[in-house]
Unconditional design. Structure first.
Length: 368
């Protein structure tokens, strides 16, 4: 199966300079191919130290120049924040630079400060995402961008260079709410699962997506990509400490950045799901929610981590993983050791898993 490296370029509390953060994680990206990974992925974020990743295609073009084999993906490119023509052009060029290794992850965004910074009302994100996605995906196949919608009024333009090759099978979308999951099936794109809800709900969403995808497109849906944060160490107690300190630091930063406890989401069109989440957090407390998010991730000895990830593949018929090793307030040397131990002792076991056939359906069980 495919296993990729995810990078956040996070600098919580500004304990390092931004130069130091980039030097460390750029080196991780450059080493990915030699260590046996299949891809490199980075999310798009702006304006804060949560993730310092404002131009992902530019970063991936750098990685393309340092590698020969690995795929280059986004987790995700937020379509409502940018002109669709420029989005399509960026990924066509990345395909040329990498000889067809680009993978486009797309989403509609959740960071309120980022929507404000780009002067885009959050309540328009679902409509903008739908129109922009339709326009971009069509342009990536035809080389022509043309759209007459509510938000996008794009006269016909020809994109040059023309698309390097088809992006079908190379587009994934993050989706949390049931409405978004169904939309991705209709757009004929794969799902990228960034764990934020109970596994049984993830299973329900995947079942709904696969049913709609098959009905609409006449073929089985592509296997999903799962993004997970990993803490691996030969000493299980140390791995547990990594979970308790560094994975939790990351989940706290995620809750703070996205304002998951903000009840005002219920009043924003397209974000009603997060309004319900805020009510749940108000009832149980944000600390308990952060623990829940941490428990969705994977930690332990190399054998335990391999077993947990293999169990996820079996349960959800996963096609690939995006694995994160440097996050929260983790020192660079610890992140590097985490990354290298996984590559040495976990990655070979995962790559032996054959994902070309459907895994047998099993009753959902906890994999945390």
């Amino acid at each position: 199966m495919d296993v990729g490296l995810g990078l956040t370029f996070q600098n919580l509390r500004n304990q390092l300079t931004d130069k130091e953060v980039y030097k460390h994680q750029l080196q991780m990206a450059v080493d990915t191919e030699a260590l046996g990974f299949d891809s490199v992925w980075t999310p798009e974020h702006h304006f804060t130290n949560y993730n310092m990743t404002p131009n992902v295609p530019q970063f991936l073009a750098f990685v393309a120049g340092q590698t020969k084999r690995i795929k280059l993906g986004t987790t995700v490119t937020v379509l409502p924040w940018q002109d669709p023509v420029r989005t399509a052009e960026s990924f066509i060029l990345l395909d040329y630079f990498s000889e067809g290794r680009a993978v486009l992850g797309i989403g509609r965004g959740l960071g309120a400060s980022e929507f404000e910074g780009f002067r885009v009302p959050m309540g328009e994100s679902r409509g903008r995402f739908t129109e922009y996605a339709e326009a971009v995906l069509t342009a990536l196949e035809t080389g022509v961008m043309e759209y007459d919608g509510k938000y996008l009024k794009q006269p016909r333009v020809e994109l040059r260079p023309a698309p390097y090759e088809s992006f079908r099978g190379r587009v994934f979308a993050s989706a949390i709410s049931p409405e978004s999951v169904n939309l991705m099936a209709k757009l004929d794109v794969g799902l990228m699962v960034i764990a934020q809800k109970p596994w049984e709900k993830v299973a329900e969403d995947l079942a709904s997506y696969r049913k709609i995808f098959l009905s609409r497109n006449g073929v089985a849906a592509p296997k999903p990509v799962f993004a997970v944060f990993v803490a691996v160490h030969e000493d299980r107690a140390v791995a547990q400490e990594m979970r308790d300190k560094h994975i939790k630091a990351y989940t706290r930063s995620t809750s703070d950045f996205y304002q998951f406890a903000n009840a005002e989401f219920a009043e924003i069109d397209g974000y009603e799901y997060y309004g319900g989440l805020a009510k749940n957090i108000a009832k149980h407390g944000v600390g308990k929610f952060n623990d829940f998010l941490a428990d969705l991730q994977v930690w332990g000895t190399p054998d335990e981590v391999a077993e947990k990830l293999a169990a996820m593949v079996e349960e959800f018929d996963i096609g690939g993983f995006v694995t994160y090793f440097q996050y929260g307030e983790m020192p660079a040397e610890m992140g590097r050791a985490n990354y290298e131990l996984f590559a040495k002792k976990v990655l070979p076991k995962l790559k032996d898993i054959d994902t070309s056939v459907k895994q047998p359906a099993q009753e959902l069980r906890s994999v945390a």
